[in-house]
Design a protein around this ligand. Structure first.
Ligand code: ZN
Length: 188
């Protein structure tokens, strides 16, 4: 799940830095019946403001009132939604840097305990296999091996070994990055 808004990757015209931080502030401009709206982002190096286009010369009647309210309220949730929209990203030629902007929530140590009992069946009653489902609260590209390692209290090398040994299986490719929900099974 995200913990804050990701950094926006885009070249700064002033200082040639590539990183912008947004606090979720919008600027809205109405001209007669046409409306423009931008999400504002500041260069992390020089403070220059970049305007990311949200609405461009759009007839105000075609904009949902709820969206207008959220733009005027500088709704940070709206900024998060817009940054995750591939259309908004390609229109503004930006990419996102999610480093340090998300965390894994395993809902307590239950999973760790079960993984431990799977590894040492003699110590406790083995639970057989463990089915785990991973839900992404936002489309954050992450290596599943990293998530599994962190969630199960294993090293990444251990996770790789389990995959190679066929003791960790999934319907999705666990190499590379994922940004959507997946499940995996740990076998004894
Ligand atoms: Zn700059």
């Amino acid at each position: 799940m995200p913990t804050c808004l990701p950094l926006v990757l885009r070249r700064c015209h002033v200082c040639a830095s590539g990183r912008f931080r947004t606090g979720g502030k919008f600027r809205v401009n109405a001209h007669h019946k046409l409306i423009d709206a931008w999400l504002l982002a500041l260069c992390t190096a020089c403070g220059e403001t970049a305007k990311l286009t949200v609405l461009e010369r759009t007839n105000v009647r075609s904009v949902r009132p709820e969206l207008l309210d959220r733009l005027h309220d500088n709704d940070p949730g709206l900024a998060a939604e817009l940054l995750q929209d591939p259309i908004v990203r390609s229109r503004n030629r930006i990419a996102l840097d999610w480093n340090g902007a998300w965390r894994l929530d395993t809902g307590g140590s239950d999973l760790l305990d079960r993984v431990r009992s799977l590894a040492h069946p003699s110590e406790t009653e083995s639970s057989g296999k463990i089915d785990v489902s991973v839900h992404f609260a936002a489309r954050i590209p992450v290596r599943p091996v990293r998530l599994i390692a962190e969630g199960c209290g294993l090293s990444r090398a251990e996770v790789e070994r389990l995959i190679t040994a066929g003791k960790l299986v999934s319907a999705v490719r666990l190499s590379g990055k994922l940004s959507g929900d997946f499940t995996f099974v740990l076998k004894p």
